[in-house]
Design a protein around this ligand. Structure first.
Ligand SMILES: Cc1ncc(C[n+]2csc(CCOP(=O)(O)OP(=O)(O)O)c2C)c(N)n1
Ligand SMILES: [Mg+2]
Length: 301
C-alpha cells in the first residue's frame, strides 16, 4: 500500500507541477493557444489509467488531457515540448495541447466527438479479439451532446468493451452542472442497460477512483460489455488559462480539500520531500532543454 501511495503521489504531483508550469509559461508568453489544466482532478487520471493495461488498452481523452497523458506514459518532456510547439514534442509540435497522440493514446478537443470514435475503436478491438478495452474520458458538460447517447446505444447493442468515464468537475467552462444537466448524471446510461459505477464527491480521492476503475475495467474485459463510471470531482483551476468567474470563497473551500494534499499527508514527510525534489529537478532539466535557443519550433509555426 505504501508503494502504491508513493507511486500515485509521484504521478499526481508530476501532473500538478507540469500544469502549474504550463500556466506560468502561458502567462509569460512562452506558449500560445490554450491550456486546460486538471488541477484538483489528477486522481481521475492516475486512478483510472493505473487500472488499465497500458500495453494494449486504448485511451481517448479530451481537451483536458495532460493528466491522462502523463499518467499513461510519463512523457513530461514530450508533452511540454508539444504544447510549446517544438519539434521535439510528442506530435512534432503540430498537435499542441488538445491533439496528443502516443501509441494507444489519442486526444481531441471536440466535445463528444471522441465518444463515437472510441466506440468504433472498441468494436475494432473486439473484432480482432485482442482482449483490449477502450476507455474514453468525458466532462459533465459533454453529457449534453447527443452523439454520446448514440454511442451508449451501439456500445450496449453490440456488447462493446468500452469504459465511459465521466469526470464531473461541476462546471462546463462557466456553466455549473446544475444549470446545464437535468436529472442525475449517474442515471444517464441506465436506460441502455449499461452497468454504472459512481464515486461520490465526498469520497473522491485517488484510491476510491482506482478501486472503482479496477472494478469497471474487470467488468468490461471479462464481460466484453460497456460500463459507465461517474466520478464527482472539482476543478480547482480555471477552465483554461486565467478565465474563472466562480465565487472565490467556493474555490478556496475546495482547495482546503485538495485530493493531492490529502494524499501527501499519507506519506512520511521525508519521503514526500524527496519525491518533490526529484520532480522539481526533472522539470528544470526538461524546461532548460525545451527552451534552449537551439530547440527549434516546428517549421509550420
Ligand atoms: C463541440 C464543442 N463545442 C464547444 C466546445 C468549447 N468547449 C471547450 S471545453 C467546453 C466545456 C466542456 O465542459 P465539460 O464537458 O464539463 O468538460 P470540462 O471542461 O469541465 O473538463 C466547451 C464548451 C468544444 N470544444 N467542442
Ligand atoms: Mg466539466
Amino acid at each position: 500500500m505504501q508503494n502504491l501511495t508513493e507511486t500515485f503521489y509521484r504521478q499526481m504531483q508530476t501532473i500538478r507541477r507540469v500544469e502549474e508550469t504550463l500556466l506560468k509559461l502561458f502567462s509569460q508568453g512562452k506558449i500560445r493557444g490554450t491550456v486546460h489544466t486538471c488541477l484538483g482532478q489528477e486522481a481521475t487520471a492516475v486512478g483510472v489509467i493505473n487500472a488499465l493495461d497500458r500495453q494494449r488498452d486504448v485511451i481517448f481523452s479530451n481537451h483536458r488531457a495532460h493528466g491522462h497523458f502523463i499518467a499513461y506514459g510519463d512523457d513530461v518532456a514530450g508533452l511540454i515540448a508539444e504544447v510549446a510547439g517544438k519539434s521535439s514534442g510528442v506530435c512534432g509540435g503540430l498537435g499542441g495541447t488538445q491533439h496528443l497522440h502516443q501509441r494507444n493514446f489519442y486526444t481531441n478537443g471536440i466535445q463528444g466527438g471522441i465518444v463515437p470514435v472510441a466506440t468504433g475503436a472498441a468494436a475494432a478491438e473486439k473484432r480482432k479479439g485482442s482482449g483490449a478495452i477502450t476507455v474514453v474520458f468525458l466532462g459533465d458538460g459533454t453529457m449534453g451532446e447527443g452523439v454520446v447517447y448514440e454511442s451508449f446505444n451501439i456500445a450496449a447493442l453490440w456488447n462493446l468493451p468500452i469504459l465511459f468515464v465521466v469526470d464531473n468537475n461541476q462546471y462546463a467552462q462557466t456553466t455549473p452542472v446544475i444549470r446545464a444537466q437535468a436529472g442525475r448524471l449517474q442515471d444517464r446510461a441506465v436506460p441502455f442497460g449499461i452497468k454504472t459505477g459512481v464515486v461520490a464527491a465526498e469520497d473522491y480521492d485517488v484510491f476510491s477512483v482506482y478501486q472503482a476503475a479496477r472494478r469497471a475495467v474487470t467488468y468490461v474485459r471479462d464481460q466484453s460489455a460497456p460500463y459507465y463510471l461517474l466520478l464527482n470531482s472539482y476543478r480547482l483551476g480555471p477552465h483554461s488559462k486565467g478565465d474563472d468567474h466562480r465565487d472565490e470563497s467556493e474555490i478556496a473551500r475546495h482547495w482546503q480539500n485538495d485530493p493531492l494534499a490529502r494524499l501527501a499527508e499519507q506519506l512520511p514527510p521525508a519521503r514526500r520531500q524527496a519525491i518533490d525534489a526529484a520532480i522539481e529537478q526533472r522539470l528544470q532539466t526538461i524546461l532548460t532543454a525545451i527552451f534552449a535557443p537551439a530547440s527549434p519550433l516546428n517549421a509550420a509555426h
